[in-house]
Design a protein around this ligand. Structure first.
Ligand SMILES: [Co+2]
Length: 218
């Protein structure tokens, strides 16, 4: 049986055809209008926009994981990272394509950090790429501040009562990155192997870094 077998896969009767001619939304119209004006006035070139999109799309949590693994293995780098997150990331060749500063928040035995943007979806994109959908949705944005422990519990993370949960609210100019705790039993791992353990969600602060990584054998 093949995909085109009409008798068993009568696609057209299951749902309406997807329209490719949907009318554009407000932001799409505004983006087109502003972009065309800027290009027409010679303020930017069409190629610059394409290049910037390419830069943004090139960012993934692997960059943040590299930063975390370096901080775990190099105390001097860690000190510089905590003093000036952006400058330390730039040392590793990570460029900041915008005017945002980066504050790195260190998790300890006594403090667990969580990041949020209550207003919209500000996120450390230069080091993590695009935020997950839940980060942008109102339930997370509202509840991360008002009941962080309940939110963490929904991610399967239980923070002991004697550990302070600190929530940092991102802004247009200041972004945060959580420096998770290095898991015990990882003393023998290389920097690359450590980086492979560090997940996006751990750098947002909703889960710890686990070793061995879930679903793998040590
Ligand atoms: Co925001």
């Amino acid at each position: 049986m093949t995909h085109s077998d009409a008798s068993t896969h009568d696609h057209d009767q299951l749902h309406d055809a997807i329209s490719v001619e949907e009318s554009p939304g407000f932001y799409e119209v505004m983006e087109t209008a502003v972009r065309e004006l800027l290009v027409e006035r010679g303020l930017i070139q069409a190629g610059e926009i394409r290049r910037q999109i390419e830069v943004i799309d090139s960012r993934t949590p692997a960059l943040g994981a590299k930063v975390v693994a370096r901080a775990w293995t190099d105390p001097d780098f860690k000190a510089r990272l905590l003093a000036d997150g952006r400058a330390a990331c730039e040392e590793l060749g990570i460029s900041f394509y915008d005017d945002t500063g980066l504050i790195v928040l260190k998790n300890t035995e006594m403090v667990h950090n969580l990041i949020v943007c209550t207003l919209c979806s500000c996120y450390p994109r230069p080091v993590l790429g695009l935020p997950p959908d839940w980060y942008k949705l109102k339930p997370y944005r509202a509840r991360a501040i008002s009941e962080p422990r309940a939110v963490l519990a929904e991610f399967g993370t239980t923070i002991p009562d004697n550990v302070e949960v600190r929530v940092s609210d991102s802004t247009a100019v200041i972004r945060y990155l959580v420096l998770p705790r290095r898991p015990i039993g990882t003393e023998h791992l290389s920097e690359d192997a450590l980086a492979a353990l560090v997940t996006r969600d751990a750098m947002i602060g909703v889960v710890p870094v686990e070793y061995p990584a879930p679903g793998t054998r040590p």
